[in-house]
Structures are given as structure tokens and as C-alpha cells.
Design a protein. Structure first.
Length: 421
């Protein structure tokens, strides 16, 4: 059985969770390897919507085990609340959720630092979710962060938190720190039954022939090294982060599936070469319900960007593509795909690396005729209207990769495979 990485390859919100859910019907494990509760993965099953922030979306299948790898940072209070909410919705967790004991912890201090930083930056703000993810990762890099297993050691935890507050020059009353420690230890009582060293678990599962799906969060263009820096997330989101975030080397993957929307969206600040703000953008936003699952913010809308897509395909050694929300484009008379950038007198086929150059590039488009038909009942590529098929073929030609999966609606069954090889 294969080990598959399912990666969002733009700025996040590519409907990765829907693809993971589709592939996960026979998965033994679904694994998160980076990010935190800043992720918002939405799945609709029989009209009921589930939103996941930290728990892997594979938990909806009663036989599937889910792993939160050491590459994440978790808000223990939010995670406990998420588990309890899912249990209240009828989801069982017994012997199915595993959290690496090395996973970093997001504290209330990190949320305060996150919001304060955004406020101070003003026009240079990044547009974070305010969940404290960046400061928590920064503390781990500075070697002052707290990890899940620390919650099991009272004196050690107390000392580390005191040192952390001192590091940030953030004064807190002794009684408030004591209350925070008490609350964290209550979270540990709830979470400790899920805590283990997940790297060993995954290696053994792979040896036994288990099907393992690695579920990416955010998107490749938000990778802190390779994305549109500085408007990026605080973790590495590309395929190599699988090994860093789980101990299961990316060399052991059998397939890397890149997920793209049939158009482009972005939440927060930063470059967006194909962004549009006309009636077409409003129509796409409305038809696609393009509002952030985590923040509720309206997403910025743009045409499909084949330049960035080709860039992330190389970064991630993508084998096949999944195209989501194709149905949202129904009723749009003319569709465009960006096939190159102009920068002064040059034509770029690779994205620039400096934010000042991002501001100057002009997208070069190829135009295609749209279609009017509703796609929600399509269950094969043959059942799509001709212009929709041409649109998919244009993406394949520009990216030189085959499309494996197409999604045409919110429900689990509104997805089909067109390339099984």
C-alpha cells in the first residue's frame, strides 16, 4: 500500500481536505506534519459540514488512525475543544489519535505576541490568523519553546514558562503563571492518552504495508523559505517537510499529489499576480463561498496561475494533480490562465524572489471559452462539457503533469478520478 503526500500548491485553501477525504476511504493513517490551528480544513458529508484545525481530517473514517506529527505547534486548549466538539458530533477517538510528544505548544502569550506584532507592523503586516503560530515556531527555533511532553513535568514546566516570559520581557504575576500551569496540566490529563513517539509508529506501519496519507496545511507559496516571503506562514509546507515533521522521510513516499483550485485565491497580505476585483471575482467568491474557514475573511480571487503552479510542481516533485472547485467556474464567459510574467522588458517563466519585483510583474494570459452547464452531477471527465474538458487539458499541457482527480462540488461523492495510472 502506498504512502501519499497530498499538498496544497498555492496559498492554501485549495480544498486539500476534500481530496484527503476522498482518498482516505481505505487509508490506515492520515498524518498532519506542519502548521497548527491556523489551518482550516472543511469537509461536507451528507450535507453536514466538519471544519478541522488541528485534528487530521481522516478522523471521519471510523477505521482510520490519525497522527499529529512533531512538526506542528498545537494550542492545547483549542485542541481539547476540537476533540470534544468532534466527539459530540459522534466521532470516536479511542485508539485512533496519536500526538507526537515533541510537538510544540502555543500559549496565550504567543497569541498576544502575534496580534501585537501585526498591530505594530501596520502597513507591513503579514495578515496572520492571530492564532499565535508564528511566535510559537520562533520560540522553538530560539530553543525557549514548550513541547507537549513538558506538560508532564511540573517543576520543569514551571521553570521553562518562567524563562519564556523572561525571554520576551513579558511580566506576569506569579499567580497568573501558576494558573496557566494548572490549566496546561489539565490539558495534559486529557491529551496524554494520545501522546507517543509517532515516528516509530509510522515506520512500523509502513513496514506492515499500511496506506498512509500525509495531509499538508497551508500551501507551497506560503512556505517560509520558498513562498512569497515575507508574506508566508511560519512552517515549511513543501514535500520535504513530511520528514522533518514526522520522522518519516519524504524519500519513502510513493506518490506526491498536488492540489490546485481551478482558479486562484489568497487570504491575507502579499503578492497575487493574477488577482482580479471585478464582477467575475465577486461571482467566483459567491459561487465558491470563498471565505476563510479559520478567519472568516473574504478570500482574494484570481485566475489560475500556471507560472506559480509549475514552480510548486518542481519544488514538490509532484506526480499528479488534483483540480478542485471546477464547478465554481460555471457561467463565466471567458476564463484566463496565466502562462508567463512580464518584468520590465523581460518575460519570466519563474516567479521572482524579491517582494519589490513581485509588485512590478504583469501576468501574460491565454484566454479560453467558459461553459454554462452546472457540473455538480458530473462523475467522469466525459460527462463534463467540452469547454470544461478543454480547460483541464490546457492546465495539463501548461504544467506537463496529468490530472488524476477532479472535484465538482462540496460533497464527498462530487469527486472523480480521471487518471488511475
Amino acid at each position: 500500500m502506498p504512502a501519499i503526500a497530498v499538498l496544497g500548491c498555492m496559498w492554501g485553501d485549495e480544498a486539500k481536505a476534500k481530496i484527503v477525504d476522498y482518498l482516505g476511504s481505505d487509508a490506515d493513517y492520515v498524518v498532519r506534519f506542519q502548521g497548527g490551528s491556523n489551518a482550516g480544513h472543511t469537509i461536507v458529508v451528507k450535507g453536514k459540514k466538519y471544519v478541522f484545525h488541528t485534528v487530521p481530517s481522516g478522523i471521519l473514517y471510523p477505521h482510520t488512525k490519525c497522527v499529529i506529527g512533531s512538526g506542528l505547534v498545537i494550542d492545547p486548549f483549542a485542541l481539547v475543544a476540537e476533540i470534544m466538539a468532534l466527539e459530540a458530533a459522534g466521532i470516536t477517538f479511542n485508539h485512533r489519535l496519536f500526538i507526537d510528544e515533541r510537538t510544540g505548544i502555543v500559549l496565550p502569550l504567543h497569541k498576544h505576541l502575534d496580534l501585537s506584532s501585526e498591530k505594530q507592523l501596520k502597513s507591513a503586516k503579514i495578515g496572520t490568523t492571530g492564532r499565535g503560530i508564528g511566535p510559537a515556531y520562533a520560540d522553538l527555533t530560539a530553543r525557549v519553546g514548550i513541547r507537549l511532553i513538558d506538560l508532564a513535568h511540573h517543576r520543569y514546566l514551571k521553570r521553562r514558562i518562567q524563562e519564556l516570559y523572561l525571554y520576551h520581557k513579558h511580566q506576569e504575576e506569579a499567580s497568573e503563571i501558576a494558573e496557566l500551569i494548572r490549566q496546561l496540566e489539565e490539558c495534559w490529563k486529557f491529551l496524554r492518552k494520545y501522546s507517543c513517539q509517532t515516528g516509530n509508529l509510522l515506520h512500523e506501519a509502513n513496514i506492515q504495508g499500511a496506506k498512509i496519507i500525509f495531509e499538508g496545511a497551508q500551501g507551497s507559496m506560503l512556505d517560509r523559505s520558498w513562498g512569497t516571503y515575507p508574506y508566508v506562514t511560519s512552517s515549511n509546507t513543501i514535500v520535504d517537510a513530511v520528514g522533518i515533521g514526522t520522522g518519516f522521510s519524504a524519500r519513502c513516499l510513493d506518490e506526491v499529489l498536488g492540489v490546485f483550485k481551478a482558479y486562484a485565491t489568497r487570504v491575507g497580505e502579499g503578492p497575487f499576480p493574477t488577482e482580479i476585483s471585478d464582477d467575475i471575482a465577486q461571482k467566483i467568491r459567491k459561487q465558491g463561498n470563498e471565505f476563510g474557514a479559520t478567519t472568516g475573511r473574504p478570500r482574494r480571487i484570481g485566475y489560475f496561475d500556471a507560472v506559480l503552479a509549475a514552480h510548486t510542481i518542481k519544488l514538490n516533485t509532484i506526480d499528479k494533480l488534483a483540480i478542485t472547485l471546477l464547478d465554481v467556474l460555471s457561467g463565466i464567459e471567458e476564463l484566463k490562465i496565466c502562462m508567463g510574467y512580464k518584468l520590465k522588458n523581460r518575460v519570466l517563466t519563474e516567479p521572482p524572489s524579491h517582494p519589490l519585483d513581485w509588485e512590478k510583474i504583469e501576468p501574460m494570459y491565454v484566454s479560453l471559452e467558459g461553459w454554462d452547464q452546472n457540473l455538480n452531477k458530473a462523475r467522469s471527465v466525459k460527462s463534463l462539457p467540452q469547454n470544461a474538458r478543454i480547460y483541464l487539458e490546457a492546465i495539463e499541457d501548461l504544467l506537463e503533469k496529468p490530472i488524476k482527480i477532479v472535484s465538482v462540488g462540496k460533497e464527498r461523492n462530487q469527486t472523480f478520478v480521471i487518471n488511475k495510472g
